[in-house]
Design a protein around this ligand. Structure first.
Ligand SMILES: Cc1ncc(COP(=O)(O)O)c(C=O)c1O
Length: 345
């Protein structure tokens, strides 16, 4: 996260905007907090250039809640939803969707251990929607050729690349993302929803899980996660100050290029992901020798680089290059990789 955001968030815990109150004790129905929520929603609208059909919500429960909330709102029990299977997160989304209706897998890269993104999709024209995970955080893959023309409503889990690059956001019918990577602290979800696709299943939806109620109550159906929404608002302000999504995309491209050019120049390190599908947010890499892998991890720790170890389910290494990470941090890592490779001869 950006340092400025840490600073402002910590000040607001002691004294929110010179009110003598902490953000942690601010009533969510007070004009003070209502204006935080409004600013956060308006910033998303502005940064994503959303049209009037799309509503912006801040909801509880993490992206995992969206795995079930999406099908609960969109998928009738007799209908089919189309899912792409590209890694751990989409597999979890598929499992939840099956509770509510039928699921077809319209494209999968399971056979190659999720090291690429499917090239061809086969989506039933009657599917209620197509679901993709735009960035698979653990596998280290990212969609670049987006299936805008799939012919059915498009739903995306953008938890790990939200607001990191310019996309045609209005062509998605639902976008959801946990805030904790590019948009702030854990505890809140961003959901962008095209209101025209709601209310078609005939299912009775519990009030708290029905998107229409959240739209009506402007994300204040019940007590929102006040602090997490505030931190998201600060992070969105920061992003706007950086020049918005297109400006951050240029920086993210520079970071990813630096990292992958280094990776490809060092035979000691290997990138398992197909080059054209490599994630610009989560670069996954390995060394083909567990003892040397451990040595490199220990070196990273000694040099103060944390979070380089790959996800426990896949091992290896993962360099996460979210919006707030500076190019200097990527340079520090790539310099260390070069030194280490030189030592190993
Ligand atoms: C792509 C993706 N989807 C979903 C999730 C789950 O998010 P949460 O822990 O907020 O439920 C994650 C978490 O890392 C993720 O990376």
């Amino acid at each position: 996260m950006p340092k400025e955001v840490f600073q402002q968030a910590s000040e607001a815990i002691i004294d929110f905007n010179n009110t003598g109150l902490s953000i942690l004790e601010l009533g969510h129905r007070t004009p003070l907090f209502i204006s935080v929520m409004e600013e956060a929603r308006n910033l998303v609208r502005e940064l994503m250039q959303l049209d009037n059909d799309h509503e912006v919500l801040f909801l509880h429960g993490g992206a995992t809640t969206q795995f079930m909330q999406v099908p609960m709102n969109l998928l009738n029990e007799n209908d089919i939803a189309s899912y792409t299977e590209t890694g751990t997160w989409s597999v979890k989304a598929i499992k939840e969707a099956k509770i509510f209706g039928h699921v077809e897998v319209s494209g999968s890269t399971k056979e190659n251990n999720f090291t690429s993104i499917p090239r061809e999709l086969s989506v039933s024209p009657t599917a209620a929607y197509l679901h993709i995970t735009t960035n698979e955080t653990i596998a280290g893959t990212q969609w670049f050729d987006l299936p805008y023309d799939c012919g059915v409503p498009l739903v995306a889990d953008m938890s790990s690349d939200i607001l990191s690059r310019h996309l045609d956001f209005n062509r998605f019918d639902i976008i959801y993302a946990g805030a904790q990577k590019n948009m702030g602290a854990a505890g809140v979800n961003l959901v962008v929803v095209n209101k025209n696709i709601l209310g078609k299943t005939g299912r009775t939806i519990p009030s708290i899980l029905d998107y229409r109620n959240h739209i009506k109550e402007e994300s204040m159906l019940n007590t929102p996660p006040v602090f997490a929404v505030y931190v998201a608002m600060l992070t969105l302000r920061w992003l706007k100050e950086q020049g918005g999504v297109k400006a951050i995309e240029i920086r993210n491209n520079e970071k990813a290029n630096l990292f992958y050019e280094t990776l490809d120049s060092l035979p000691l390190f290997k990138g398992p992901v197909a080059k054209e599908d490599r994630s610009k947010m989560n670069a996954v890499f390995i060394i083909d020798n567990p003892a040397i892998e451990k040595e490199f991890l220990d070196l990273c720790h000694r040099e103060g680089m944390v979070g380089i170890k790959g996800h426990r389910s896949v091992g290896g290494f993962r360099a996460s290059m979210y919006n707030a990470l500076s190019i200097d941090s990527v340079k520090a890592l790539t310099d260390l990789m070069k030194d280490f490779a030189r030592q190993k001869g």
